[in-house]
Design a protein around this ligand. Structure first.
Ligand SMILES: Cc1cc2nc3c(=O)[nH]c(=O)nc-3n(C[C@H](O)[C@H](O)[C@H](O)COP(=O)(O)OP(=O)(O)OC[C@H]3O[C@@H](n4cnc5c(N)ncnc54)[C@H](O)[C@@H]3O)c2cc1C
Length: 377
């Protein structure tokens, strides 16, 4: 049925309602597709357990950096369209400390590169930084603090909720809680309950479970995964204005005075206990950097698993062998979700679209003569 819009009433199932699935489902429905979103455990995957830093930091090459920065703008546009306040971009404060390794150890080099690519970066002496972040206290081993003005963070739960609700209200989207257990030739799905949902196209946005579902459909979605953890604190009396990224901690406001806190060590492993030494260490670092948070306690420990395309870049596009199966998975999915949703619709409505080309999933196919990811630049 053609309703006159770009996708002309095509039946699409989107498997997964994390940030990627929710943004894609909204844009697909808006473009005229008849969308059913399926999720077995809504908002329980990586999107619910993410640090949610919006950034282009350390992202190479320049085209991929630019994708990330334009994705932050795309989030702001989507939030305006949906009437939400889940995108916060006051900037990120970064510092390194002499003699301490950590994930800011290449800071000077990264900042030089970002400036050469046109990023807006301000430099502050540690005592000056209190003007913009009054509660931050840094030691004498910190020579400079950089504010990267494009950065911020996202509250993904209200985004996912609003995108699905608006798409249901305005474009007839259906949201079904159910586990996809198989596929019908031609694009439909079978749920573990036995229910069948017909469709012309299945978009897999199932996070780390995408490869397993691809295999059920006769396709292949190459993916690595990596675990990561963080804590949510009890409310802290003084508000935090920026996302903070230091050698031994990263912090961002989590709403209602709480902070979401992690470190290089925690972001690389699965931690379940409040008594884990890495949790104790990051809480000590938090109290040192933000004395107002020294009385805060760990309210929750979160852990998630990142979906990682093998070369680190987004993976979109049709399975080379299954024409009704479309993939949508990526690293940095919080930053990229709104932009990848637009890219996906553009690709489906214009197969010649150039924006998606570096990120097409068929770059991983074994018989492909050369890899065309942006890393090939
Ligand atoms: C610790 C950690 C820190 C991170 N930090 C950042 C960061 O600071 N900035 C950033 O940009 N990115 C960050 N990321 C990455 C980002 O969170 C992910 O890229 C993004 O959340 C992936 O979203 P998604 O929608 O693809 O997957 P998910 O959020 O995992 O959603 C997939 C959904 O699919 C559903 N599903 C799976 N299988 C089925 C099935 N068979 N049937 C029905 N439903 C199914 C699941 O229930 C789930 O809800 C981080 C990730 C982690 C884990």
């Amino acid at each position: 049925m053609d309703d006159g819009r770009a996708l002309g009433g095509a039946e699409v199932v989107v498997v997964g309602a994390g940030v990627l699935g929710a943004c894609a489902a909204y844009r697909l429905a808006q473009a005229g597709a008849r969308v059913t979103v399926l999720d077995s455990a809504p908002f329980s995957g990586a999107s619910a357990n993410s640090f949610c830093w919006l950034n282009g930091f350390g992202k190479h090459p320049r085209s991929y950096y630019r994708l990330n920065i334009s994705a932050i703008r795309e989030h702001k546009e989507l939030a305006d369209e949906l009437g939400g306040t889940w995108v916060r971009t006051p900037g990120g404060l970064h510092w390194a400390a002499s003699g301490r390794a950590g994930f800011t150890s290449d800071l000077e080099q990264t900042v030089r590169q970002l400036r050469s690519w046109g990023a807006r970066v301000e430099a502050y002496a540690p005592d000056e930084v209190r003007r913009i972040e009054p509660g931050l206290r840094l030691g004498p081993d910190v020579p400079v603090v950089y504010r990267l003005l494009e950065e911020g963070w996202l509250h993904p739960a209200p985004l996912v909720g609003a995108a699905l609700e608006r798409a249901a209200r305005d474009y007839g989207l259906r949201h079904v809680v159910g586990e996809v257990a198989g596929f019908e030739a031609g694009g439909g799905v079978r749920l573990s309950s036995g229910q069948r949902i017909g469709a012309d196209l299945a978009v897999l946005a199932a996070g780390v479970r995408t490869p397993e579902l691809a295999a059920l459909a006769g396709g292949s979605a190459p993916m690595a995964t990596s675990p990561g953890s963080m804590v949510v604190t009890t409310p802290v009396p003084a508000p935090l204005r920026h996302v903070l990224l230091g050698p031994d901690l990263c912090v961002r406001p989590d709403g209602a005075g709480r902070l979401r806190v992690s470190s290089e060590a925690l972001l690389g492993r699965r931690v379940e206990s409040v008594d884990d030494p890495d949790v104790r260490e990051v809480m000590t670092a938090l109290g040192r950097a933000l004395p107002a948070a020294s009385g805060a306690e760990v309210e929750r420990v979160l852990h998630g698993t990142r979906p990682l395309p093998p070369d680190g870049y987004p993976a979109l596009g049709f399975d080379p062998d299954v024409p009704w199966l479309y993939y949508l998975y990526t690293h940095s999915g919080i930053t990229l979700a709104a932009a990848l949703a637009v890219m996906l619709v553009e690709h489906l409505t214009d197969p010649q679209s150039t924006a998606v080309r570096p990120y097409l999933v068929d770059r991983f196919a074994a018989d492909r003569p050369q890899v065309v990811g942006p890393g090939a630049e």
